[in-house]
Design a protein around this ligand. Structure first.
Ligand code: HEM
Length: 453
């Protein structure tokens, strides 16, 4: 058995802090399934101070004191993961109310499949310290299926899956291609663009708006709310803004679909039943919010990171232009090498995992991006190999929670990169210093200035 290199003191779940309307977001998620929710330790931690600020002291010991919001980590996490895999594959921190960080492919996939010991009732990477006010909780089921364990997970996932089948996703392809081209039309003549803000960011949100049957005009507002929830979860004001904005907006949308149903996901969920009963509004709200939250930042980050790679590796851009048949394997390789999404689990009972003493209520970060760079799982793990034949990456997770929207994400990513390369085959970063990355739960470029002939 591995020696615990980072056996720091394991805290219980932190369960106090400012209350929010939208309890049950991906950050601070708390789903209450049908049947008794699994009892989780609710001991309180002593320190609140770190939560109030995004700035924390610099990290000097990544194995015992990591910080996923550290600026250097967000910018370039790869050497840190390499070192941790070799020296301390299960790292520990007491920051932000404490967490474990898994960095190997074997450990991440083992924990993802071990749903008895690692629950999805809390999947937020950043501890928000929310109080769960059961009486005013608009999403008493959390955001199922992502923040649920079976049995709630099983049937809510089944209800969503048809919306993201290959055949349904194919119906969004022409729209995505047209949208990509309209965006490129807006800047192609100028010789420069922000490939993140002017392009990548604009695509997934519009496809999701279409699926939900809401106006495309809401795109910028949705983007801000989702960033509030995922990227600024440790900023109480932004978190509250995102929760309230998204919650109130979707509650009104659900009410309006009850009066006038349309051909969209919200209307369909209203019309569905489970065991003969219609779905409650709180459940519909959680599921619709999840689709919006899960479908925007993630895919936009994947498109942005892929374009960052092509801008900084012109030989790969040239090869893809020359050999477009490689696009399928290239997209999988971008997903592997620049996986955007880290999720969390909560430990259900005191246990030992790879020699580390985990306590009931501990947060465990499922570092899918680090797993995908594990040299024991992939040859030349740190290289982007456009024609990599065997690529069992876990960018979309592993086990029962594997991404329900992966067909849609793949289509959007492929179309966005294809259309970009067709119209802008050769491009470079304008100034390295101007590139800005976001990280934490979802990593990707938020500012990516590029220029082209
Ligand atoms: C490149 C883009 C995307 C990436 C990298 C990604 C990644 C992930 C990951 C890692 C999980 C597993 C969560 C866990 O284990 O806790 C997940 C779950 C999920 N994703 Fe995605 N996702 C992407 C795009 C999308 C899109 C476009 C949608 C739909 C609009 C979507 C909907 C979902 C849903 C509903 C789940 C929950 C599945 C379950 O719990 O059974 N995702 N995603």
């Amino acid at each position: 058995m591995r020696q615990p290199c980072a056996a720091g003191r394991a805290h219980g779940r932190h369960d106090d802090g400012p209350n929010q309307l939208f309890v049950g977001s991906v950050n601070g998620a708390r789903g209450i399934g049908d049947g008794p929710a699994r009892a989780i330790d609710t001991r309180r931690c002593s320190s609140h101070s770190l939560r109030m600020t995004r700035r924390t002291p610099p990290v000097t010991d990544w194995s015992r004191d990591f910080d996923v919001l550290d600026a250097g980590y967000i910018h370039d996490p790869f050497p840190i993961w390499d070192e941790l895999r070799q020296t301390c594959p299960v790292a520990r921190t007491e920051r932000r109310n404490g967490a474990w960080l898994l960095t190997t492919y074997a450990d991440v996939t083992a924990a993802a499949h071990d749903i008895e010991r690692f629950s999805s009732l809390e999947v937020g990477v950043i501890d928000t310290g929310e109080i769960v006010d059961e009486e005013n909780n608009q999403t008493p089921y959390g955001l199922p299926p992502i923040s649920a364990d079976p049995p709630l997970h099983t049937w809510t996932r089944r209800l969503l899956l048809p919306w993201f089948s290959h055949s349904r996703v194919a119906t969004y392809e022409a729209m995505t291609r047209d949208l990509s081209n309209r965006l490129i039309d807006g800047f192609v003549a100028t010789g420069s663009a922000d490939a993140a803000a002017d392009y990548a960011q604009q695509i997934p949100v519009r496809v999701i708006a279409k699926i939900l049957g809401v106006s495309e005009d809401m795109s910028d507002v949705f983007t801000e709310w989702v960033r509030d929830l995922l990227e600024f979860a440790d900023d109480p004001e932004r978190l509250a803004r995102g929760q309230q904005g998204l919650g109130e907006y979707l509650i009104a949308e659900i009410a309006s679909r009850r009066d006038a149903p349309g051909d969209d996901l919200i209307s369909e969920l209203i019309g569905l039943t489970h065991e003969g009963e219609p779905l409650e509004d709180g459940l519909i709200l959680g599921m619709v919010a999840l689709v919006l939250i899960a479908g925007i930042d993630t895919t936009w980050s994947a498109i942005g990171s892929s374009l960052w790679h092509l801008a900084t590796h012109p030989q790969d851009a040239e090869r893809l232009v020359r050999e477009p048949a490689l696009m399928g394997t290239a997209v999988e390789e971008f997903l592997r090498a620049y996986s955007p999404v880290t999720m969390a689990r909560v430990v259900t009972d005191d246990t030992e995992f790879e020699g580390c003493p985990m306590r009931k209520g501990d947060k465990v970060l499922m570092n899918f991006p680090a797993a995908n760079r594990d040299p024991l799982a992939f040859d030349r793990a740190d290289e982007v190999v456009l024609d990599r034949a065997l690529n069992r990456h876990v960018a979309f997770g592993s086990g029962i929670h594997r991404c329900a929207g992966s067909n849609l994400a793949r289509m959007e990513l492929q179309v966005a990169v294809e259309e970009w390369l067709r119209r802008v085959p050769s491009f470079r970063i304008s100034a390295d210093s101007d590139v800005a990355w976001a990280g934490g739960q979802v990593r990707g470029p938020r500012r990516l200035p590029v220029s082209f002939p």
